[in-house]
Design a protein around this ligand. Structure first.
Ligand SMILES: Cc1ncc(COP(=O)(O)O)c(C=O)c1O
Length: 428
């Protein structure tokens, strides 16, 4: 499957043609944002050419815009496995989460507790930490530094204090650890807490099933899985109905509209829906060796989305194992930070290189067309707990479906060529 898959996928992405200093660009910056396929570009353009109106008016383009948004809700309902009126669009995950935290806070009283975690991106910490201004206590589930996983013993202990909200990430954008969110949600519900899952990093790497997870809220960002820059919130209907989000009297006061303030990013929504259709199309084309049924005429969109994400997962995991093995055995100065072998993880691999800052390494790799991120990636508490914050943080490699083994081999060769790194830094 691998060659045909890789060839097909890469052809869909105009950005693959980019060259940097004569090197083909290798986009290993996926956890910071994915490249978009031609179909997404066309969906955005088509919206701007053929619709481009505000909703709720009695003419063709306004009606088409309403239809497009409704269709996008149905597509995201298949992405999450929920109903269309549980899909809320917004500017980005951070903004949606601030709005959610403010809405939930209206139900909390001074002295109540919210539980967050040290492995989370700041976007699922800051909105809750702010509630301390209202006398709400915010506690942190600690990171087990050695294994880069959540300390579940600490989680159980802090849960015993009966927090009203538990906010946790599905997968770490810093080190790739996948958390057992299903178990975390189950235990949180047992003590009556609401749950908020940050699936921004996870969403590109495996299927999400909010019914199975049973979470009250889950957030993701379309630009992390082939779409434009918008955020999407899943909100369980009966839970959202019981909240009073900040909004205008001119808004419909029912899900999902009660959380959507102002004009939505229409062309972004059109592109985001197209990104999910791209995933479903991959499921239809390449899912057969996984399920044997993804291209059956009766396979539904949800089946195809799930299969598409499993195809990505399978492709990425092979490359991830290759990258970890090669860095471990061939780059002795590198130290990888991430979950232990066998623990669920995404294809995001972070490391330090002894003697160099992450910024120096990323700059050198960037000059060779190898695009990687460096620093804390807003997973600032995690990087702080790893003791790396004042040492410049981590170098992060994200493997997306359009990345190849050759690109990773170029990366490893560049890391092995320490003389070239020194020359780039004018150290020799
Ligand atoms: C795990 C995680 N959560 C939240 C965010 C914030 O998402 P947004 O940029 O949509 O606000 C990011 C972005 O990097 C992320 O990786």
């Amino acid at each position: 499957m691998n060659d045909a898959f890789s060839e097909f996928v890469r052809k869909q992405f105009p950005a693959m043609k980019r060259k940097v200093n004569g090197f083909p660009a290798a986009y290993l910056d996926g956890p910071g944002g994915y490249q978009v396929p031609q179909s997404v570009i066309e969906a955005v353009t088509d919206y701007l050419i053929n619709m481009n109106a505000n909703v709720g008016h009695q003419f063709e383009t306004a009606e088409n815009t309403s239809r497009m948004i409704q269709n996008a809700r149905l597509i995201f309902a298949d992405f999450f496995n929920c109903d269309w009126d549980e899909v809320i669009f917004g500017a980005n995950m951070t903004t949606l989460n601030f709005a959610l935290a403010q809405a939930l806070a209206r139900k909390l009283r001074a002295g109540d507790t919210v539980l967050i975690t040290e492995i989370d991106h700041e976007a699922n910490r800051g909105p809750w930490l702010q509630l301390q201004d209202r006398g709400i206590a915010v506690e942190d589930v600690v990171l087990d530094v050695g294994s880069c996983t959540l300390d579940m013993g600490d989680f159980r202990e802090k849960l015993a204090k009966r927090p009203k909200v538990v906010a946790v990430n599905y997968a770490s954008n810093g080190v790739g650890t996948i958390n057992d969110v299903q178990e975390i949600v189950r235990m949180s519900h047992d003590i009556g807490a609401h749950t908020v899952v940050d699936a921004v990093h996870y969403a590109a790497h495996g299927p999400i099933d909010v019914r199975k997870l049973d979470t009250d809220f889950l957030l993701c960002s379309a630009y992390k899985f082939f779409g434009p820059h918008i955020g999407v919130l899943y909100a369980k209907k009966d839970v959202l109905s019981g909240l009073r989000p900040f909004n205008l009297r001119t808004q419909q006061q029912c899900p999902p509209f009660m959380m959507e303030t102002g004009t939505l990013h229409h062309e972004g929504i059109a592109g985001a829906a197209s990104a999910v259709e791209f995933i479903a199309d991959i499921g239809r084309k390449f899912g057969n060796d996984l399920t044997g049924k993804a291209d059956e005429p009766k396979a539904g969109r949800r089946d195809r989305i799930v299969t598409g994400l499993k195809v990505f997962e399978k492709y990425e995991q092979v490359l991830t194992t290759h990258l970890i093995e090669a860095v471990t055995s061939e780059v002795p100065k590198a130290t990888i930070y991430g979950p232990p072998e066998g623990h669920p993880r995404t294809s995001t691999v972070s490391f330090t290189l002894d003697g160099y800052t992450a910024e120096q390494v990323a700059g050198y790799l960037g000059s060779r067309g190898l695009f990687v991120w460096d620093g804390h990636f807003y997973a600032i508490r995690l990087v702080e707990r790893l003791g790396l914050l004042d040492r410049g943080g981590l170098v992060r490699i994200g493997i997306a479906p359009y990345n190849t083994r050759e690109e990773l081999d170029r990366l490893i060769a560049a890391l092995k060529a320490e003389d070239d790194l020194k020359r780039y830094l004018h150290l020799s």
